[in-house]
Write a protein of this length. Sequence first.
Length: 92
Amino acid sequence: MHSNYQVCSLIVQVKSERMSAVSEKIARFSNCEVAISSPENGKLIVVVEGQGSRALLDTIDLVRDIEGVLDVSLVYHQQDDQGEENYETQSS
C-alpha cells in the first residue's frame, strides 16, 4: 500500500492570557503535539503529523481558529512516501 506521511512544525503566536487554554486545546488534537511553550514570548512550537497534505492544512486551519491565536506560521514541512519500495517491486 502506498501512503503519503507528512509532518510539519508551526510557530503559533498567542495572546499571553490565553497561552494555557490554547496549549490545552492543541494538545487534544490527535495529530498535534505542543513541543515547546514560551509564555514570556507568547509563542508555541507545534508539531503536526498526518497522512497527506489535506490533513495538515485542515489542522493548521483548526489551530488558526482557536480563540486567542494571533498568527500561525509554517516553519518546517517534510513528506515521506511510505511503501514506495513495495509498490515498485509489485509493479516490476
